[in-house]
Design a protein around this ligand. Sequence first.
Ligand code: GAP
Length: 582
Amino acid sequence: MIQGSNDVFENVMELAKRRGFIWPTSECYGAVAGFIDYGPLGAMMKRRVENIWRDFYVIQEGYYEIECPTIAQEAVFIASGHVRGFSDKMCQCPHCKEYLRADHVAEGGNIRNASIMKNEDLAAAISSCKCLACEAILGTVTVFSFNLMFSTTIGPGSQRIGYLRPETAQGMFVDFARLLRFYRDKLPFGAVQIGKSFRNEISPRQGMIRLREFTQAEAEIFVHPNEKNQHPSFKRYAEYPVPLLTYVRQQNCEDPLEIPMREAVDKGIIANEYVAYYVALTHEILVTIGIKPERLRFRQHLPDERAHYATDCWDAEVFSQRFGWVETVGIADRTDYDLNAHATQSGTPMTVFIQYDEPKKTQRCRIIPNMSVLGKQYRTKAKAIFAELETAIPTPEGADIVVDGEKIHIPASLFEVRNEVIDIRGEDIVPHVIEPSYGIDRMCYAVLEQAYDEDMADGETRTVMRLSPNVAPVQVAVFPLMTRDGLDIIADEITRTFHKRGILAEYDDSGAIGRRYRRQDEIGTPFAITVDYETKENNSVTLRDRDTMKQVRIPITKLPEIVGALVDGSITFTSLTSDKTL
Ligand code: GAP
């Protein structure tokens, strides 16, 4: 129950700043909107969230991680469509001169479909709306498109344009040929990347939700287009229920419905097993990092909201008390769009050779050129002409081929046509891509907001971050009751034993024990150990649970094993209270 300011966002951000989770960036020069610093505790918590994501995708799914530069050359983003179309509609308030997202202004004025309106129509529609900054009625404005990519130049001078990547995904697409070889030319396979992405957002005013530099964790899973309903591990999630807000339910203003993934695919609600599998896996990841299931839903993109190439798209939305439902993860079936685009732009084939179980017999007319005549006539070009004739289609007049951009007609008198039956061993196909794309900063904000709580302890209000033990920056605190009689030495030894086991333990001997508990509660440390005088008698300590504030006595020798299991979730604190072996 929260008693302070009733805006959780204010409370969380105040705590986050004060205790070293999140700081405004370069604050001494005046912070810049859209950029944040993760302080010591925030950086540790973020790393833990990323590592849980890695555990699911890299270790369990077997999709290896790659790391590409954050700057890429222009051609990459011409192919991906970002140079042409990665823009938001923008206008400037004529009164306060603030730049505004025109679709956000429209949303504030209850104007629908702003994203699909022409700029002039949108300008007319929002003229009666209020400025989001100064709240004056806008009046006449111009709406124009603003490309969100940060551009730069590569090397001295300005010969070579580069862009800071607006998503990590493109790295996996442009590395496709090498990835394919790494995975021994077999589908399906996947690659993932966690790293910074950059978008020059027009007016980022939502803390960690809309940043200009943020961390994405994306997986690109390459699948045979005819095998999207054959996910090899689908049974893992076949009976897993997920709250789905389908586009039909949105159109009918209905609430989400919990549906197991097998049923969602069989009823055609989710396009295929691959998309459904990653919807369920995303649900599991978000719950694992501490998102409450009742504040989580999966919203299907409306048909006019979906990218033209995507066949199905779902957003994992997390409910925020301040921001409402926030898109935190996007899961899309992107078909063969990206690979085709890069193949065309780069000239590098992005296909996989799929061998048939049995070779297929097929008839073909083969051209057998008259080599001596053609060789004399075309000399240096002859070799290229023979190669082209291999696949050319003969007509009674001859065959038309192109060599080095030059069209050449070879008369029928200069070759013989032979009909033959050949074995076709397989075919080249362009894989489809299933893409789950996670915003790590939004996940971290949701974790912080949902963990924030206040309750009563020892007659006073206690602020407690109920972080899941697997994301809490400090995993256990160790306190000597007194800094004398050797209690401090024992506490220090216990702390070091934790460190050797990779558990982040914090030793604290300053102030009254109650104050020390409060400090750790406020940063979400799930467990605290106190070394007291009984420790000297029987080598046991108290282990306190942050949420219930209950304590149990544990032998020192069992501490690393028990705290390790509590942190990774394999046991619960409640199970310890009834454990007779302790
Ligand atoms: N490759 C697909 C892609 O980038 P997206 O929906 O634009 O899709 C994926 O981004 C996720 O990245 C979002 O669901 C969100 O969590 C996060 N994200 C996008 N823009 C962001 C921003 N400006 N600030 C923080 N997170 C952002």
